[in-house]
Design a protein around this ligand. Structure first.
Ligand code: HEC
Length: 154
């Protein structure tokens, strides 16, 4: 009778040890995952979460043109990628980067200055009227994501 009780206690101890071991392994795995995801961020993809917007007709046309000409770098929904920054980002609010900055970017490219991606090459295949539609798309997406005009003097 006494013997059986002891073995039951031993069994419980073994179980407890097993739980502790599994817990420790899980903690190490979580820590490793956290470190790795930080490293991935330093691999320079500054992507953001973007909520979809109800687009106007011109905005829809702009979305198509964006996909064809800009998405490869600026990412789906202009949320950024490993090759270019998100445009649905506060630094591209209309007060900081006016529409003219978009026309200029497409026509003449952009010198690296805000991000560590390198220069943006010019996109001469995109006509000015097409850039207008892309701008409409970006502004509608920005607004849907709470990015609105802020004066540059801040
Ligand atoms: C080959 C990659 C690439 C493509 C294609 C591309 N971009 Fe860019 N773009 C970049 C990078 C990289 C930057 C960031 C430069 C910086 O500020 O360091 C940038 C910056 C910009 C800016 C900010 C300009 C400024 O004054 O700071 C705008 C606006 C822009 N892109 C619009 C567009 C539009 C519109 C298209 C499509 C017609 C497009 N880009 C296509 C890579 C690209």
């Amino acid at each position: 009778m006494k013997k059986r009780r002891q073995t039951r206690v031993q069994k419980k101890r073994k179980q407890a040890l097993l739980f502790i071991a599994i817990g420790a392994i899980a903690l190490v795995a979580i820590a490793a995952a956290a470190i790795l995801s930080n490293v991935a961020q330093e691999g320079q993809a500054f992507t953001v979460e973007v909520q979809p917007a109800l687009l106007s007709q011109e905005g829809e046309a702009g979305a198509t043109l964006f996909k064809m000409n800009c998405q490869v770098c600026h990412g789906p929904n202009a949320a950024g990628s490993k090759l270019g920054p998100p445009l649905i980002h506060d630094i591209y609010n209309p007060g900081h980067h006016s529409d003219e900055a978009f026309y200029l970017a497409a026509a003449t490219g952009v010198r690296q200055h805000h991000w560590p991606y390198g220069d943006m090459p010019p996109q001469p295949q995109v006509a000015r009227e097409e850039v207008s539609k892309i701008i409409r798309y970006i502004r509608e997406m920005q607004e849907a994501n709470g990015i609105v005009y802020k004066p540059h003097s801040m």
